[in-house]
Design a protein around this ligand. Structure first.
Ligand code: SF4
Length: 270
């Protein structure tokens, strides 16, 4: 995932981490490491960060970006009393083929046991979602999402997501790499859009974003504009911070109501 946020440690045990990602609060990484599957992975932030943490000797990153299970981290959300929104697996893809169903079951069990928290799970392995949840309920406090960076790899993931009965289904359209054309947003509650950052970032055009925003509005899905990234609304390369996250004169921070299935009540302006 293209996601800032790393694990700190206390007494040698990696803790959950306050996140700089605009649409979440904390990250929880019971799994780390991944392999690339599509163009959105090219400049994977998690990969860069994992190698950095490995060179620093951080617990859990001895294998760098190789997939690793961390059962000792499973209970971390149980210890946090304050209701929190967690992004699960910011340093991996929770539905990676190397992660056994058994381990996923343990993750889901912790989620079920902590209804005070909300868990955002985002994957590019969308074809595993309907298979995994075919005979299992998706916990009601899970927001389930797929990455949609382009037409070829991204759009088919939406159909896989739609087949899962999750309280909130969302799209992370980041990094947006091309015009996505017509989107089927039926059953999708939240759409996040963002451009790529970093020295090798690929440009995102304003008309691609606006087309998605229009379709989200028509479909009744909440719209969140995360950032322009390396290229501003005028197409000029600048520091990500200078390009900011204003789209057509305002910040778009819409979020779905937690667990809402009703279209009318989904839009909650921040
Ligand atoms: S799926 Fe996510 S974590 Fe895995 S390589 Fe791609 S961007 Fe990185």
């Amino acid at each position: 995932m293209d996601c800032p946020g790393t694990d700190r440690t206390r007494n040698g045990v990696a803790m959950t981490t306050t996140s700089r990602i605009e649409w979440t609060e904390q990250t929880w990484n019971p799994v780390t490491g991944c392999t690339k599957v599509s163009p959105g992975c090219r400049h994977c932030y998690a990969e860069v960060m994992a190698h950095r943490l490995c060179s620093m000797g951080a617990p859990g990153y001895a294998g760098g970006f190789q997939v690793a299970l961390h059962p000792q981290r499973l209970l971390q959300p149980l210890r946090r009393r304050k209701p929190t929104t967690y992004f699960v697996g910011s340093m991996s893809d929770l539905f990676h083929e190397a992660i056994p169903d058994l381990f996923l079951g343990w993750v889901m069990d912790v989620i079920r046991r902590t209804p005070r928290h909300t868990y955002q799970i985002l994957t590019k392995r969308a074809d595993r979602l309907p298979v995994y949840f075919a005979n299992r309920d998706c916990p009601s406090n899970v927001w389930l999402g797929v990455s949609v960076e382009d037409r070829r790899y991204g759009l088919p993931r939406i159909d896989h997501l739609r087949r899962v009965c999750a309280g909130v289904r969302f799209l992370s359209v980041e990094p947006l790499l091309e015009d996505l054309g017509t989107l089927d947003l039926d059953g999708i509650h939240w759409v996040i859009v963002g451009g790529e950052s970093g020295p090798k970032a690929r440009p995102m055009r304003a008309e691609w974003v606006e087309a998605i925003q229009r379709q989200a509005k028509t479909a009744g899905a909440a719209f969140f504009f995360k950032q322009w990234g390396a290229f501003g609304s005028d197409g000029v390369r600048r520091l990500k911070k200078r390009n900011g996250r204003v789209l057509n004169g305002r910040v778009w921070d819409q979020r779905p109501s937690k667990g809402s299935e009703g279209r009318e009540s989904q839009l909650a302006m921040q």
